[in-house]
Design a protein around this ligand. Structure first.
Ligand code: NDP
Length: 282
């Protein structure tokens, strides 16, 4: 018992000290979070606010952004500004980064998290939707990363990319979405190498998430799968810690790491398990 109590105490002290250090490094940090009107992005905005960061949030719905920004201020954000933008547009990704740099006087964290809505269904040949989704979920990410890079370089900042287990492993009903996440992993994996070889100051974190209980995700999968969903607020905090500690990868929840490692060992079994995890009859 004494042994267990001392382990528990050590863990609590470790978590407490880590949170204190994190809080110190994020207090006053200049952060841009995309897709922050709802879901994981909204939760990230609230966590950054509690740490006392200066935040710019963006998404398409101005009214909702305004409410999130107000809540951020009440939670302790030093600044909380918002800018409505559509990431399918050619110019909005640059406009948002420029706005954040101008209003915050630079950037310490650029957190790219937004996704466009996409149906959860068998692919029936809608190439236009896939092209549009690539713009929102992929091209805007690389555009914003490039636009913010010089400022991140100056501040020894961090670029955080929110990706998915579906960026490492294909799954039915999400062909356009999974393509955009594979594209992100490929591009930012290469970018990590290039920045390291150039001895850049900027860290790039790629976050692999499993199923998270946001409204938009649960609406799609609730009826068709029993895969467990993990809390958005916890996912959001893990993403923030990954960026703040400059780790190159996050796997949340933990078993996404095991799945990523082992999925190719027995491909027939993996494919069987994936297909069986959905209730579907043709
Ligand atoms: P949500 O669908 O809840 O939120 C998406 C956000 O993107 C909203 O703020 C939305 O706001 C914004 N958005 C949508 N379209 C556009 C657009 N055209 N231009 C600008 N902003 C847009 O997503 P989640 O919180 O569930 O997911 C967040 C991240 O986590 C994503 O990158 C996702 O791939 C990843 N992830 C999520 C998982 C999950 O199970 N939830 C699993 C694995 C990864 P608005 O409508 O106001 O524009």
């Amino acid at each position: 018992n004494v042994f267990l109590i001392s382990i528990n105490t050590t863990v609590y002290v470790f978590v407490f000290v880590s949170l204190m250090c994190l809080s110190e490094s994020l207090s006053g940090a200049r952060v841009l979070v995309t897709g922050a009107s709802t879901g994981i992005g909204e939760q990230m905005a609230y966590h950054y606010a509690r740490f006392g960061a200066q935040i710019v949030i963006t998404a398409r719905r101005q009214k909702v952004l305004q409410q999130v920004a107000e809540k951020c201020l009440s939670l302790g954000a030093q600044k909380a500004l918002y800018i409505a933008a559509d990431m399918a547009s050619e110019s909005d990704p640059d406009k948002v980064v420029d706005f954040a740099i101008e209003k915050l006087g630079g950037l310490d964290y650029l957190v790219l998290n937004h996704i466009g809505p996409s149906p959860f269904s068998m692919w029936e040949g809608d190439v236009d939707h896939t092209r549009w989704l690539m713009k929102v979920n992929f091209f805007s990410y690389i555009q914003m990363a490039w636009r913010g890079l010089a400022s991140l370089e100056q501040s020894k900042g961090s670029l955080v990319i929110v990706s998915s287990l579906l960026g490492k492993m294909s799954s039915p009903f999400v062909a356009p979405y999974t393509s955009t996440k594979f594209a992100l992993n490929g591009f930012f994996g290469a970018f990590q190498h290039e920045l390291a070889m150039k001895k850049s100051n900027v860290s790039v974190s790629i976050c692999t998430l499993g199923l998270i209980d946001t409204d938009s995700a649960m609406e799609k999968v609730r009826e068709v799968t029993s895969v467990p969903a993990y809390p958005a607020t916890d996912a959001a905090l893990n993403i923030i810690i990954t960026g703040a500690t400059r780790q190159s990868e996050l796997f949340y929840p933990w078993f996404t790491y095991i799945v990523s490692l082992t999925k190719d060992w027995f491909p027939s079994f993996t494919n069987y398990a994936i297909q069986k995890s959905y209730s579907y009859s043709p």
